[in-house]
Design a protein around this ligand. Sequence first.
Ligand SMILES: Cc1ncc(COP(=O)(O)O)c(C=O)c1O
Length: 305
Amino acid sequence: MKSDPVSLDVLARVDAQHHLHPFTNHEEMHAAGTHVIVRGEGVYLWDVQGRKLLDGLAGLWCVNVGYSCREIVEAVNAQMKRLPYYCSFFNSTTEPAIALANRLSELAPRGLGHVMFTDSGSEANETALKFIRGYWKLRGQPKRTKIVTRNFAYHGVTLATTSMTGLPACTTPFDLPLPGFVQVPGPNAYAANREHEPGAYGQWCLEETERIVQREGPETIAAIFVEPVQGGGRSDRTASGIFARTAGLGAPAWHPVRGGRSDHRVWPVGELVCERALELGAGFHCRGQGPHERVPAARRHSRAR
Ligand SMILES: Cc1ncc(COP(=O)(O)O)c(C=O)c1O
């Protein structure tokens, strides 16, 4: 589809007047013009000027089965006619929510048998944070509130998830992180000019993490969030290899991150929001890697924004 220049002009003007874009310099965008996407099929998108584009970003890491998939269109259409929406608050729910929770539990690693649905990755992480705080309070350790994350991590757009994010462009404008969020080095060997020795750099990151955990006091740390592949850092297969070897959840490499006593062990949370789109192949990348299989994995199952 090709739109005439007048309608493009109008679209750009209306967008500039009324629409705020996340992660965007609006002055630059208004000067260059908004990029309007009008159609998608499989891995391709078409913009308003009729250009066909390969969608390397998979939406925002969430279009994992491609655009306009016939089965999904038909299922959504049928459900919209039958029951477009109902919530799961209190003791209610819906048939599709039950079926999906069941299916995800079948697919998830052993021990991850409960599902809570959220509308975004940010909300999934916020929910995990609340679960973790509530858990430690119930276990009689309410001082365990600090959250450790790695630099180059991206965890979302809310106050807490921006505080977890290790990208200065996200935190500096808002004077974040909030108190109680602690950063450790992420295994981005390329950014540290150590790309020729990623294993050694990953090991250093791990030792530095342990030092910071000891400095903060392991008994004050609620959890450490780890992305198997960092979308904000290096997100290629080499980087995922680094993760698996040196910073795998529950893998032997994490065992030094303890407070000397087993009840001071730091709780690892697998943050898998963009994992599938970054194609690790294994679905839940933390599968088979030990104790973390008993902890929640924050994962976005749907996006309704
Ligand atoms: C690793 C990771 N965590 C969290 C998020 C936040 O997800 P959302 O944009 O759905 O809030 C993203 C988004 O790309 C992400 O890549």
